[in-house]
Design a protein around this ligand. Structure first.
Ligand code: SAM
Length: 318
C-alpha cells in the first residue's frame, strides 16, 4: 500500500504549470467573466500602484495586468509552492512591472509593510485562509482608501456544482485497489527479466484482470453527461502504466505514486472548494465582520457567466 500523500494539494497542481485553477480550460489565463471583472478593476489602478494578490496560484491576475500596460508593483502570495506561470511570464521582462512572489506564505501573516498596498485582489483565494486572521492582515497592509476586491466562491455557483459532482464521483476504494494492482504488476515486472514471461505470473495476471474490470466499469460510458468523469480520467491515466513495462523499476514506481498523489490531491482540492463557498447567510456575516474590523463601503454582488452563478464579487475599503 502506498503512503498517503501529505504534500499541499495545491502545490501538486501548480507544479504542473497551470495559469489558473481551471487548468486547461483557461490556458492563456482568465477569460470571460473573471477577466472582465479584473479588467474593470485594473482600468482604475494608478499605473504605479502596488497590487497584492492573495491566494495567487501561479500569479492568476498578472497576465491581464501586464497586457493592460500596468507598470507598478505586483505582489503574489500563496500558501502553496507556486511560481510565475509561462503565460504570466510572456512579455514580463520587457514590461516595467515589478514582480514579487511570496510562495509557501499564509495570508494570515502577510510579509508586507503596514499601509503599503493600494489594492488587495483575490480570485477564489482569500476564502481558503482563516479570515479571522487574514482580513486584519489585509487591513494592516492596505493604505487608507485602499481596496480589497475579490471574487469568492458562491455555494450556488457553477464552480461549486462542478466540485460537488467531482466529489461524489470519486471512489477512494477503487482508486486504492487500482494503485495496489499496478504495484503488484510493477513488482512482478521487477522479478521477470523477459516481458513475455509476465503472463506466467499468477499474481500479476490476477491484478491485470482486476484492472481490466475497473477499466470496463469506468471507461465504457463516454457520454459526458452520464459518465463518471472523475474516475474516467483516473482510469485513463492508470492505463498509461502499461506503456511503461519497458521502463525502469524506479520510473514505474514514480509513475504509480504520482498517479495516486495527483488524483487524491485533486479530490482534496474539490473538497476545499465546496467547503469555503459562501451562501446568502454566510456572505452577510462576512459583511458584518468586515464592518467590525474597520472596513467600509462593503458590497457583495453575485456575478454570472452564461446565465449561471459564477461567484460573489466582494468590494470593501479601508
Ligand atoms: C482556487 S485556488 C485560486 C488560485 C488563483 N487565484 C487562481 O484563480 O487561479 C486557491 C489558492 O488559495 C491558496 N491558499 C489556500 N489557503 C491559503 C492561505 N491560508 N494563505 C494563502 N493562500 C492560500 C491555495 O494554495 C490555492 O493556490
Amino acid at each position: 500500500m502506498l503512503q498517503e500523500n501529505h504534500m499541499n494539494p495545491w502545490s501538486i497542481f501548480w507544479r504542473q504549470g497551470h495559469s489558473t485553477t481551471f487548468g486547461d480550460y483557461f490556458k492563456q489565463g482568465y477569460e470571460g467573466a473573471v477577466a472582465d471583472w479584473w479588467q474593470s478593476r485594473a482600468d482604475k489602478l494608478a499605473v504605479d500602484a502596488a497590487v497584492l494578490e492573495v491566494g495567487c496560484g501561479n500569479c492568476s491576475l498578472l497576465p491581464a495586468l501586464n497586457r493592460s500596460g500596468f507598470s507598478g508593483r505586483y505582489i503574489g502570495l500563496d500558501l502553496a509552492s507556486v511560481e510565475i506561470s509561462a503565460v504570466a511570464k510572456e512579455g514580463l521582462a520587457e514590461s516595467e512591472i515589478e514582480v514579487i512572489l511570496h510562495p509557501e506564505t499564509p495570508a494570515e501573516n502577510i510579509p508586507e509593510a503596514d499601509a503599503s498596498i493600494d489594492v488587495v485582489a483575490s480570485v477564489f483565494g482569500i476564502e481558503y485562509s482563516d479570515l479571522t486572521k487574514s482580513l486584519p492582515e489585509v487591513l494592516r497592509v492596505l493604505k487608507t482608501g485602499g481596496r480589497l476586491t475579490a471574487l469568492l466562491h458562491h455555494a450556488g455557483s457553477v464552480v461549486t456544482a462542478m466540485s460537488r459532482r467531482a466529489m461524489s464521483e470519486y471512489d477512494a476504494d477503487d482508486l486504492a485497489a487500482v494503485i495496489d494492482c499496478l504495484t503488484v504488476i510493477s513488482t512482478a515486472r521487477d522479478k521477470t527479466p523477459s516481458l513475455a514471461d509476465m503472463k506466467a505470473n499468477p499474481e500479476a495476471e490476477k491484478a491485470r484482470t482486476s484492472i481490466n474490470a475497473f477499466a470496463e466499469k469506468y471507461l465504457r460510458d463516454t457520454n459526458l453527461e452520464t459518465a463518471n468523469a472523475t474516475m474516467f480520467e483516473f482510469m485513463s491515466n492508470a492505463l498509461k502504466f502499461f506503456k511503461m513495462m519497458g521502463s525502469s523499476s524506479e520510473e514505474r514506481r514514480t509513475f504509480i505514486s504520482s498517479l495516486a498523489d495527483e488524483h487524491r490531491a485533486s479530490h482534496e482540492r474539490f473538497r476545499q472548494m465546496v467547503a469555503v463557498a459562501f451562501d446568502d447567510d454566510s456572505i452577510e456575516r462576512l459583511k458584518v465582520k468586515l464592518g467590525q474590523l474597520g472596513f467600509s463601503a462593503t458590497s457583495a454582488n453575485v456575478i454570472h457567466t452564461n446565465n449561471q452563478i459564477l461567484a460573489w464579487e466582494l468590494c470593501t475599503e479601508k
